[in-house]
Write a protein that binds this ligand. Structure first.
Ligand code: ZN
Length: 285
């Protein structure tokens, strides 16, 4: 059958576009924390969850060409379909599920939807012993900042976590995504933190220069696909907070993630139903 260009545009192009849309990678974006668990508190008292949501909003807007699923909406706890999600977790997580539903649900949503990549966005703080009060901060209302000795001793900036205990290819793909993001962040002048060497007993450095760490975090462990958790910066360091809280930086950060994902997907096949069967241990379901 011969199809004219005009017919093609009507008959073939629409299904083709739908097919492309259905085959585009599914990226789950997780804004860490939520109103009931707001996370760290910044220099002037703003909750970490607000910073995380701002970055995820920028990311969701930047990732055209992808299917994007948010684990929850801004200023809203994770609630979507929550009681049906425990089936998409490991047996170990199912035992803990009743106490930690809104945490495990994030990975469960990604598993249920067979996501290709899971990205959780956080902002970091430090142990209280490394923070001091400064009455001049926050327009004279006073606020917290990092102790001078801490800033002199350590690099302050971003961290990227993966779970190095994941089975292959999830482990190496998670690391690849972390490397692609870290290199781009360094290229724009961001600094890879090193203070978790001393203040995080459960962290293990994978690449100190790139700020990549292993930690057995629930969302990374339970996500049955390549997964990274990014601490964008430190919100109790007024210098870092002033940079990372701007919409200009958040847009730049979003473009970095987009470019890193483009390079990653150019070299890595999508999971999809067929790929998922090719490495079922990666799914652990
Ligand atoms: Zn956090």
């Amino acid at each position: 059958m011969t199809i004219s260009p005009a017919q093609f545009s009507r008959v073939a192009l629409v299904p083709l576009l739908l097919l492309v849309a259905a085959c585009s990678p599914l990226v789950v974006l997780d804004a860490g924390h939520e109103p009931s668990h707001p996370g760290a508190i910044a220099t002037c008292g703003k909750p970490e969850a607000d910073y995380n949501e701002a970055v995820v909003t920028a990311l969701a807007g930047a990732l055209d060409g992808y299917r994007v699923l948010l684990t929850h909406n801004a200023h809203t706890d994770v609630t979507a379909d929550i009681n049906s999600l425990s089936a998409y977790l490991s047996p170990e997580a199912q035992l803990k599920w009743p106490q930690r539903k809104t945490l495990f649900a994030r990975a469960a949503l990604a598993n249920k939807n067979n996501a290709d990549v899971f990205i959780s966005i956080h902002h970091d703080s430090t142990a209280a012993r490394w923070q001091v009060n400064d009455p001049d901060l926050c327009k004279g209302n006073g606020g917290k900042k990092l102790a001078a000795a801490f800033k002199q001793q350590y690099r302050i900036g971003f961290n990227i976590f993966i779970n190095a205990n994941k089975v292959e290819p999830c482990r190496s793909r998670s690391l690849k995504i972390a490397q692609l993001i870290a290199k781009r962040l360094l290229a724009i002048g961001r600094v890879a933190s090193d203070y978790h060497l001393d203040d995080c007993k459960s962290c293990r450095s994978i690449d100190s220069q790139l700020g990549i760490w292993h930690e057995d975090l629930a969302v990374l462990r339970e996500a049955a696909m390549p997964a990274v958790l990014i601490e964008v910066g430190n919100i109790v360091d007024p210098d870092d907070e002033a940079v990372i809280s701007t919409s200009g930086f958040q847009q730049q950060f979003a473009q970095i993630i987009k470019a890193a994902l483009a390079e990653y997907f150019a070299a890595s096949p999508l999971r999809g139903p067929t790929a998922a069967r090719a490495y079922p241990a990666c799914a652990s379901l």
